[in-house]
Write a protein that binds this ligand. Structure first.
Ligand SMILES: [Zn+2]
Length: 344
């Protein structure tokens, strides 16, 4: 049986490689017939401590076959526990002291230095099909950049789920999905309210629909699936402060190269680590700022993870991918009209 250190190295590598197709886990890279795909589902305001008791069979199943790690966010004065900094951290892989998103105003983000991971995938492998589908509109319009093939505002979680299912069914390679209504319930009643548990159950049903779309894909696709959150909520409702209930977040991940089990060292910055020297990546410990800024004018390294990693094989896009009204295959930009973002 491998030692804890050995297992940690394996999992650290998997975490550091989690989402980039450049960083396919060795087990995937070794399978010639495999297409590497990634899915991240973010549940806004989902409190880790309330997942167990909520009616969430789909998330429970994912947790059962995947890795689960809870951790704490920053607090003030670095940044409040709110959505702008939270989702920017998850998307870029760096903390607010680097991406400079400290509130929901997005006054001077440094996405030029620290782009979202879909933008980096597009820079490295433009043939991949990338999509972000979000209920909170700034995620689709601001956090994820214009290089992403499809930036879709779902309007509400039902709409977001439908668009996400459509994107996956249409052959998207890398998909980020944001569900917002658990946060709304948190603001209404707090984590102690019945509406909060009901919203978690509803989100789980939507996750189930999205995972069913993944299951319906061809068997030669290997999906890495991550579920995470941007902040918690207080028992009576609200977030933004630095209490443990507001700071506690989680990463749940399942897929090739990810050992199932509970960990305590994987943070939300490990969902999409920023670019870093290939020789250093396998030794990166989750949560440490060892990465160098990535500038879009620089050529991407051929790999940024373990030497055994190699770029994912790409496949032709199904015709249904480019049909009118569906997600755009190539650099078509946003597919929906802007709207005022709801509070998050
Ligand atoms: Zn939020």
């Amino acid at each position: 049986m491998p030692s804890y250190r050995k297992r940690a190295v394996v999992l650290t590598t998997a975490a550091a490689c989690l989402l980039s197709p450049l960083a396919a886990a060795p087990a995937v890279a070794a399978a010639d017939a495999t297409a590497v795909k990634t899915l991240v589902v973010g549940i806004d305001g989902a409190s880790f401590d309330f997942l167990d008791d909520a009616d969430m069979p789909n998330l429970d199943a994912l947790r059962g076959r995947g890795m689960v790690s809870s951790s704490n966010l920053y607090g003030t004065p670095l940044a409040g526990t709110i959505s702008g900094p939270g989702w920017s951290t998850i998307a870029t892989g760096v903390w607010p002291d680097k991406h400079d998103v400290v509130d929901n105003n997005f006054t001077a983000p440094r996405y030029d230095l620290y782009p979202d991971y879909l933008t980096r995938i597009e820079a490295a492998q433009p043939e991949r099909s990338t999509a972000v589908v979000a209920t909170w509109s700034p995620i689709a319009t601001t956090v994820f950049g214009s290089a992403v093939d499809s930036r879709i505002q779902g309007g509400n979680d039902v709409g977001t789920t439908a668009k996400a299912v459509e994107a996956i069914a249409g052959g998207a390679d890398d998909v980020f999905v944001h569900l917002d209504e658990v946060d709304g319930a948190g603001h209404s009643t707090g984590t102690n309210g019945a509406a909060y548990a009901q919203a978690l159950a509803k989100a789980d049903g939507e996750i189930g629909e999205i995972l069913a779309a993944v299951d319906a894909r061809p068997a030669d696709e290997e999906w890495t699936i991550v579920v995470t959150a941007d902040h918690g909520h207080t028992p009576t409702g609200g977030h933004g402060g630095s209490s443990p209930a507001e700071r506690k977040v989680f990463v749940i991940a399942a897929g090739p190269g990810i050992e199932p089990g509970v960990r305590h060292d994987v943070k939300i910055t490990d969902v999409a680590p920023p670019s870093s020297p290939p020789s250093a990546s396998p030794r990166i410990r989750p949560g440490r700022s060892t990465a160098r800024p990535y500038r879009t004018s620089r050529p991407m390294p051929s790999t940024r993870c373990a030497p055994s990693c190699r770029p994912a094989r790409t496949r032709p896009v199904p015709e249904r991918m480019s049909s009118a009204g569906r997600m755009r295959r190539r650099r078509g930009g946003a597919s929906t009209t802007p709207s005022c973002p709801p509070a998050a």
